[in-house]
Design a protein around this ligand. Structure first.
Ligand SMILES: CC(C)(COP(=O)(O)OP(=O)(O)OC[C@H]1O[C@@H](n2cnc3c(N)ncnc32)[C@H](O)[C@@H]1OP(=O)(O)O)[C@@H](O)C(=O)NCCC(=O)NCCS
Length: 171
């Protein structure tokens, strides 16, 4: 579906195996630290605890959506189920952990507000029951997450663990 927002054309496509190179860029951006810290050194992507969110993209259960703005890939929101206990937002063996990032030039223009509900609705259609994420308490994206239905569950390593459940099915 194509929508116009602030005179820009936004559409969506699945995040696929052949996107692997750019997924690393987006994961790098998603590792947000409060200002004045900028992006972490790129080597952070070599850490096994970071790689788990992006490596070998396209495994069964992986679900991601790319936002295309004026014909260009602007960023993505992606979900991956990891083994229990693996990943900061780990809940159980079937709850995917979510990442989201837009290239800096596409941030704060309402694109994330379109991308996240689109990704969640695809997850619900795929039978996902709930989605988890962690976010730094100072990350303004918290507002976006709450607006999309995420609720704070607990603190983990200084981050909020947040969860959203699939809407109840019509009887
Ligand atoms: C998080 C991110 C995907 C949000 O997408 P976005 O398109 O920038 O967000 P939107 O423009 O749709 O804004 C949605 C809401 O989020 C909040 N928000 C998000 N980032 C913000 C920022 N840096 N400054 C102020 N508000 C921000 C605002 O409250 C906004 O609400 P509003 O429309 O009522 O003002 C994007 O900003 C991004 O890639 N940030 C860097 C990576 C990151 O932090 N990822 C999340 C890690 S948990």
């Amino acid at each position: 579906m194509t929508q116009t927002h602030s005179d820009r054309t936004i559409s969506f496509r699945p995040l696929v195996e052949s996107d692997q190179k750019i997924i690393w860029d987006w994961l790098h951006i998603a590792l947000w630290d409060p200002p004045p810290a900028g992006l972490r050194p790129r080597e952070v992507l070599d850490h096994p605890g970071v790689r788990i969110y992006a490596e070998h993209w396209g495994r069964p259960g992986d679900l991601g959506v790319v936002a295309i703005v004026d014909g260009k890939d602007a960023g993505a929101c992606w979900l991956r189920v990891l083994p229990p206990g693996v990943g900061l937002a780990s809940i159980d063996e079937k709850t995917p952990q979510l990442g989201i990032a837009l290239q800096p030039e596409y941030q704060h223009q309402g694109i994330g507000s379109r991308l996240m509900p689109e990704t969640l609705s695809r997850a619900w259609r795929a039978g996902v029951e709930q989605v988890a994420l962690t976010v730094h308490p100072q990350n303004p994206a918290l507002t976006l997450y709450e607006r999309c239905g995420f609720r704070k569950v607990e603190m983990r390593n200084g981050y909020h663990l947040m969860v959203v459940r699939a809407p109840a099915k019509e009887p």
